[in-house]
Design a protein around this ligand. Sequence first.
Ligand SMILES: Nc1ncnc2c1ncn2[C@@H]1O[C@H](COP(=O)(O)OP(=O)(O)OP(=O)(O)O)[C@@H](O)[C@H]1O
Length: 781
Amino acid sequence: MKTMTRSHSAELLRDGKSLEQIGLDFTLESTETTTPDSIRILVQTVLSDKKPEEIPSVVESLLTKVINDFEHRLASQNELVKDTTETNESKSLLITDSPFDTDRSKSLSRTDYLQKESTSTSDLEKATDNTKTDEDDGDSLSAKEDVNTVVPPPSLSDDNVGKCMPKPVRNFDQEQKQIQDLKSNISTIKSGIEQFKLLYSEDLTKLGNHLRIVSHAASGYHKVVEENRKLYNQIQDLRGNIRVYCRVRPFHPGKVSSSSSVAGLEDRTITVMVPSKYGKDSRKSFTFNRVFGPLATQEEVFTDMQPLVRSVLDGFNVCIFAYGQTGSGKTFTMSGPKVLTEEGLGVNYRALNDLFSIQEQRKDTICYDIAVQMIEIYNEQVRDLLQNGGNKKLEIRNSSQKGLAVPDANVVPVTSTADVIDLMNLGQKNRAVCSTAMNDRSSRSHSCLTVHVQGRDLTSGTVLRGCMHLVDLAGSERVDKSEVVGDRLKEAQHINKSLAALGDVIASLAQKNTHVPYRNSKLTQLLQDSLGGQAKTLMFVHIAPEPDAVGESISTLKFAERVATVELGAAKSNKEGGEVRELKEQIACLKAALARKDGDQESIRSTQSSPDIYRMRTGNASSASGHPTEDGNVEKESALGDWADHSQFGSSNSLPELGADGSQDLSFYQRSSPEQQQLSWSGSVATEDSDDFEVATTCSSEQDCMRPSSAPKAPSLASGGGSAARKAQPKGAKSSDVRGVNPAKRATPLQKKSNGASPTLIKKSGVEVRRTPNGKVSAKK
Ligand SMILES: Nc1ncnc2c1ncn2[C@@H]1O[C@H](COP(=O)(O)OP(=O)(O)OP(=O)(O)O)[C@@H](O)[C@H]1O
């Protein structure tokens, strides 16, 4: 019975019964004699499935009940003993019925006992007989008596009373002993609980320490991840890879869709849903240098590219261009939202602000000049966005004398953010923008903000020049999707054609082809220095999350993946020490003097042998106040001052190359001379339809290589008949210019047949070097 009750209470506890039920069961059970062990087992059972934090309260409640119970019993016992003593003393106890009648019950309560006071004499006699029996069984019974049970003296006689007296006393002793045991159990349990509490708090402290260590490790892990990313970017820098960042635009307000084409975003990975006509959609992941989700702020985006932007102040050329379908957020990233707020400022503003603040910080050591140009390519025409009125078409000259890609566009010095905002507003106003079905304010042109920086180290005199193109491309779009006709259709076709040309250039670069078709579009011409040169280039691809944009998104991401594989070679700083510059200038002066000395005789000889030979430019090459242009006019000094005098600007900072015979090409140094730079155009002729020109020139003279097809040709030929002169010159024939520069000592004209099939003839220090369209070189004395 006892076992059953105990196991039942344990079961109740295990079944999650309330504390009251636990107490009740325990109380009921304790009506029987309970050994310390059984109590311990019971307590352990009770506590075994409790949570550590519940244990103190359960034990406390348990103990309170036990103590209350036993105090109550103790009180009853005392009362009983007192009553018994009183009864004995008065000898008035008359018991007619034995409480030890085993047939009826083992015990009688005090109430029962009192009720028996009126029992008849015969009953008392019976009881006296039974007392004997009880005396025999007394020991075995006593241990199991309920503490409330009173065993009254069974006999009427003094003797019987005397015999019966020890019984309650004996029970009382045992019960006292039990109580003592229980008390000691309780104190054991209490101390156990205390110990448990102590251990628990120790564990808690340990756990807290572990948590601290883990969180520290987690933050360390994030730092390591960040560090890894930086190192990865550095490796990419060293290899000269084009960096690719990806940004996902949020849904337009009010058009939030439950499904997005973007299935997952991580630090460097974007996963998109690839719809399948058959069966389940699949997912495709693309990894880039960085991926920004819809919640990324303009500041976050800029912070990541800040080091790249800053490198322009250290003399690097940088190009950041935004690519993506119409309405995917290119203009938002580059300029900001329509209504501009401080948080909304795009990369353009932030980049210039950053340059200004560093300019200020370094003003004691380096003096920087910053100027900007802003152009757009609209329907394959280049327009100046900083021109008030007028619509002059401009030419792209990647290696113009001023080192400007579009030398005829306004170059405006800027010194503050306010200047920049004014200029940008003007530029945005002038930009070709219209509404398409896909974007209510779509940019219909590629726009390019170019920041020119020139710094002079105030102590060493070192000059560094950097240039940064910030390009917001027109949106790639499917013509049918944008529902355009007429002029808009023409615009879209031009946009798509130029983006396709960009794709071709990227593909050629990725495959390391010798022939890169830069000249297939104005856009690729503009970006030639950044894509093929030694610039640091970052492409920002934009993704729209709408499910119906997934097709465009996938092709954009695939294109971006290809771009990421393009290695441009490590970027180089356009830095020139003061001494080096002085030496170069001395060499240039000496060479110029030598050339002038030899020039007259050479010029006479050349004119005699080749009457058709064309003259290049006129004017004083060493003029400090102006630069002669190809057509012989003298340019006014540009806003950029002497920047134009340095061929290291732009892509022309390449190392001197080796001639076909392995000797170093002196023309590199000759190009470094201002005077020679002005002469370097002489005789260079290019044709519109051929990229072989570039193949030849990429390896020889970058200045020549970049000559745009539409650059004046005939006017540069002083003696006319240029086409005849362009045909392969007789071996050893020297071109002449009005200043009679010794052709053997300067960069000789590049010659090229218009059909592109003929080898290119380059003269190097008396050596004729032939380049075939596939770039191979052969030399002849
Ligand atoms: N990250 C962004 N957070 C909030 N709004 C954005 C974000 N990117 C773009 N938008 C909003 O989406 C709309 C289209 O963006 P935006 O004009 O920049 O696209 P686009 O790619 O330049 O388009 P297009 O090629 O047609 O010029 C704008 O209203 C812009 O404010």
